[in-house]
Design a protein around this ligand. Structure first.
Ligand code: C2E
Ligand code: MG
Ligand code: MG
Ligand code: MG
Length: 279
C-alpha cells in the first residue's frame, strides 16, 4: 500500500533501481558477516624479474570464501564495500593479515619477498587510517620482508598534500607506495615529480597483445623511460604470453605479473610453487 502510493511520488520505487538498492543492502549485510566470520582470505600472485625469472615479490589479492564454499572475487564486493564505508574494516583486515603473514613467513621460501596490498582511495582519505597503520607498525615493526601499498592515481590526486605527507610517513616505517593501473587515470607527471613513489604498475590494457601493437609499444616504452629516469621500479601487469614477456624484456621493463608466470593462488599452493622452483 505504502509502496503503491509511493510509486507515483518517488523515483526510488523504480523497480530496477529498487533491485539495485536491495542487492547492495543484501551484499553489505553479507559482507559485514563475512568479516566477522573470517570468510575473507588472501591469495597471492608472484612478481617476477623479467630478465632473470626470479620471483621478487607478491601481490595479495582479496577473496571472499562464502559459507557455501564459493569463492567471490573483489570486483563483486569491493565496489559495495567502497560505497558503504565497509572498505575501512576490510582494509584493516587485509593490512593486519599481511603484517601477520610477513612475520609468520620468516623461515619459509616467502621470507625475502616483498608483499603488496591494495588500498582504496577512501582509506587514504580516512583520518584514522594512517595513524592506525603507523601504530600497528610501531607495535610490530616489519620483518625482513617489505610491505607495499598499491594505490590508484585518483587517490593521490584527490588530496594531494595529505597523500604526499602520508607517503613520506609510511616510508619511515618501511612501507613503500606503488601506483596501480598506471596509464588509465590522469597519469599526471606532476605528482610523479613530487611524491616519493616506489613503483609504477603499467595497466594490463597496455600489455595485452603488446608485441602486435606498435602504438602500445610506444606508450609502454615512454612510461618505462620516464619511470626509470625518476628512479622508479616498473611493473607490467597482466603478462599472459611469451610474446608479451619477450617484448617487455626488450623494452627493459623490470618486473612482471600475470597468468604466464602464475595466477593468484592460496598460501598452500604458493608454498608448493616456490618450493618446486627452488628444488
Ligand atoms: P589490481 O590490483 O589491478 O589487481 C590485478 C588484477 O588482475 C587481479 O584481479 C588479478 O587476479 C588479475 N590478473 C593478474 N594477472 C592477470 C593476467 O595475466 N590476465 C588477466 N586477465 N588478469 C590478471 P582480482 O584479484 O580479481 O582483483 C581485481 C581488483 O580488485 C584489483 O585490481 C584491485 O583493484 C581490487 N582488489 C583486490 N584485492 C583488494 C584488496 O585487498 N583491497 C582493495 N581495496 N582492492 C582489492
Ligand atoms: Mg593491485
Ligand atoms: Mg592493477
Ligand atoms: Mg585495478
Amino acid at each position: 500500500q505504502a509502496k503503491q502510493s509511493g510509486k507515483n511520488k518517488f523515483h526510488f520505487f523504480d523497480p530496477h533501481l529498487e533491485r539495485i538498492a536491495l542487492h547492495r543492502v543484501a551484499t553489505e549485510q553479507k559482507l559485514r558477516n563475512a568479516i566477522e566470520n573470517n570468510e575473507l582470505v588472501l591469495h597471492y600472485q608472484p612478481k617476477v624479474n623479467l630478465a632473470t625469472g626470479e620471483i621478487v615479490g607478491l601481490e595479495a589479492l582479496l577473496r571472499w570464501q562464502a559459507a557455501d564454499g564459493k569463492l567471490i572475487y573483489p570486483d563483486q564486493f569491493i565496489p559495495v564495500a567502497e560505497s558503504t564505508g565497509l572498505i575501512h574494516a576490510i582494509t584493516r583486515w587485509v593490512f593486519n593479515a599481511a603484517l601477520q603473514k610477513l612475520h609468520s613467513w620468516a623461515d619459509t621460501p616467502m621470507a625475502n619477498l616483498h608483499l603488496s596490498i591494495n588500498v582504496s582511495a577512501q582509506d587514504f582519505a580516512d583520518p584514522v587510517f594512517l595513524p592506525t597503520v603507523i601504530s600497528a607498525l610501531r607495535a610490530t615493526p616489519l620483518p625482513h620482508g617489505k610491505l607495499e601499498f598499491e594505490l590508484t592515481e585518483s587517490t593521490l590526486l584527490d588530496n594531494h598534500e595529505q597523500a604526499n605527507k602520508a607517503i613520506s610517513q609510511l616510508l619511515l616505517y618501511g612501507v613503500e607506495v606503488a601506483i596501480d593501473d598506471f596509464g588509465t587515470g590522469y597519469s599526471s607527471f606532476n605528482y610523479l615529480q613530487e611524491m616519493r613513489i616506489h613503483s609504477l604498475k603499467i595497466d594490463r590494457s597496455f600489455i595485452t597483445e603488446l608485441h602486435n601493437n606498435p602504438r602500445k609499444q610506444a606508450i609502454v616504452k615512454s612510461i618505462i623511460s620516464v619511470g626509470k629516469n625518476l628512479g622508479l621500479q616498473i611493473v607490467a601487469e597482466g603478462v599472459e604470453t611469451k610474446d608479451e614477456h619477450q617484448c617487455l624484456k626488450q623494452l627493459d621493463c623490470h618486473l612482471g605479473q600475470g597468468y604466464l608466470f602464475s595466477r593468484p593462488v592460496d598460501e598452500a599452493s604458493l608454498l608448493a610453487f616456490l618450493k618446486q622452483r627452488q628444488g
